[in-house]
Ligand binder design. Structure first.
Ligand code: SAH
Ligand code: SF4
Ligand code: F3S
Length: 455
């Protein structure tokens, strides 16, 4: 009765939180299973950033609860005993979720997700006692809790690991629900982060991705600048010095407050991979202002150029929202022009989704659905063309690839990433996992490179 399946929606923060829960549960003797059908306990770690993400998780929870009821002891023994919702949507929507999902066993918000293992222990104990089904256990404190920043990895499991360096967000972008879902910004102590990464390095992790909503604001309040270097840059330098760690990435920085000390890191810290995810959201100053993104199109482009000057091989990815309230054809044309100018290697393009309680929600959803859709398509086509062109320039080159895992079960194709964060597929074997291999690129698609290992 202790087989747990965790399904994760949303961003890498949620992925890392799911990993943290999995590690805590393993330590208590639970087994984490990949197949839903084998689980006694299913946890959905949810996202609230767009309506679609919420609907997916609500639909999933509804179906699971229905199946749970349908299974009767007379038939095959019911497998699923416990269904829990945790994460951003649990926090954001809270108790009203129980109106449509009254049989949920667990509803735990973002500040207290580290209590989930205790809650499961208790639920299972009452189950064994064959008492009546306890009512839904709800824990939705909004007060920021730094305990949820504690390390959370099962060491020795990952070549590439996600490491949380901060929680929450104080930015209040007009369209965004994350500050409500994740609470106020707080930094994890630098010593703690360095310690966790040392431990990861000692057990085989070669690459770390530092996570936060605005990583370049890391520790602003907690740590002073030293010799003109912000706390985030100080942290990068300390991680750079850890033996065994070969690559450093982070996501996401905010274009405002992206200073020269951070730009210089791309010149000075060779472990820092020359790929940056720098969300722009829009190419129109008017829309940026409405979004309360505190930079202009020009400032954004200046940062891009400074980064390219610091490292000529720099690769860029971004987030864009199309159809924010008030976005005209002329505004959108500016986004397209910026897109063409930067030539992003990758981009996540989102159709604006009204989040109730945000400032943008008060502006109304003024851009019709079909206009959002066509703007979305235009950018996707542009992206496919630039990604393919960028990838094709790599055919014939040799790329340094950190080998992560087999690409497909039962075949000898392995996958890794080059420093620019492109997926690279090549014929390999299990001994390659965890190595930095030179791979000669033979062909390219929009999303991946194929090649042959030289060593
Ligand atoms: N903290 C990160 C972004 C986190 S949310 C940053 O500021 O860069 C990830 C992305 O979701 C955002 O960059 C934005 O492009 C998108 N997003 C956020 N709210 C949205 C909304 N209401 N509708 C559509 N997309 C949204
Ligand atoms: Fe949302 Fe803005 Fe914070 Fe990013 S910086 S999480 S977009 S409020
Ligand atoms: Fe979604 Fe929460 Fe991440 S709302 S995008 S899972 S921070």
């Amino acid at each position: 009765m202790n087989r747990v399946h965790i399904k994760t929606y949303g961003c890498q923060m949620n992925e890392r939180d799911s990993e943290a829960i999995a590690a805590m549960l393993r330590a208590r003797g639970y087994t984490i299973v990949n197949a839903e059908a084998e689980a006694d306990i299913i946890l959905l770690n949810t996202c609230s950033v767009r309506d679609q993400a919420e609907q997916k998780a609500i639909g999933k929870a509804g179906r699971l609860l229905k199946d749970k009821h349908r299974a009767t002891p007379a038939l095959s023994a019911p497998r699923l005993r416990v269904l829990g919702l945790m994460g951003c949507m649990a926090q954001n929507r809270g108790r009203p979720l129980l109106e449509s999902l009254p049989d949920l066993d667990l509803l735990v918000g973002t500040q207290k997700f580290h209590h989930v293992p205790d809650h499961l222990d208790n639920l299972l104990a009452s189950w064994r006692g064959l008492g009546p089904r306890p009512s839904t256990l709800v824990e939705l404190d909004t007060e920021a809790d730094s305990q949820n920043l504690l390390r959370g990895h099962s060491p020795g499991r990952q070549v590439s690991a996600l490491v949380s360096i901060m929680q929450g967000c104080d930015m209040r972008c007009a369209y965004c629900i994350v500050p409500k879902a994740r609470g106020a910004e707080r930094a994890r102590p630098m010593e703690d982060i360095v310690d966790e990464i040392r431990g990861l390095a000692a057990t085989g992790t070669r690459e770390v991705t530092l996570l936060g909503q605005i990583v370049n604001h890391y520790g602003k309040r907690e740590y002073p600048a030293v010799a003109g270097k912000t706390p985030f840059v100080q942290l990068l330098e300390r991680i750079h010095a850890i033996e065994g760690i070969e690559r450093i990435r982070f996501t996401s920085p905010h274009p405002s407050g992206f200073r020269q000390d951070l730009v210089n890191c791309y010149r000075d810290l060779h472990k820092l991979c020359e790929h940056i995810h720098l969300p722009v959201q829009s190419g129109s100053d008017q829309i940026l202002r409405a979004m309360r993104r505190s930079y202009t199109r020009d400032q954004y482009l200046r940062t891009v150029n400074a980064l390219r000057a610091a490292h000529p091989g720099m690769c860029f990815s971004t987030d864009i929202i199309v159809g924010h309230p008030g976005e005209t054809d002329a505004d959108f044309a500016k986004t397209v022009a910026l897109f063409d100018e930067v030539k992003f290697d990758m981009a996540f393009i989102f159709k604006y989704s009204t989040r109730s309680g945000t400032e943008s929600a008060d502006m109304g959803d003024t851009v019709p659905r079909d206009v959002k859709e066509s703007r979305n398509q235009i950018l996707l086509e542009r992206l496919a063309a630039t990604s393919l062109a960028r990838n094709q320039t790599l055919v014939g080159t040799t790329q340094e690839v950190l080998v992560e895992s087999p690409a497909r079960k039962g075949r000898d194709i392995f996958m890794g990433r080059n420093r620019g964060n492109r997926k690279v597929l090549f014929p390999g074997n299990a001994a390659h996992v965890g190595l930095l291999l030179p791979v000669r690129v033979e062909s390219a698609t929009t999303t991946a490179l194929q090649g042959r290992a030289l060593a």
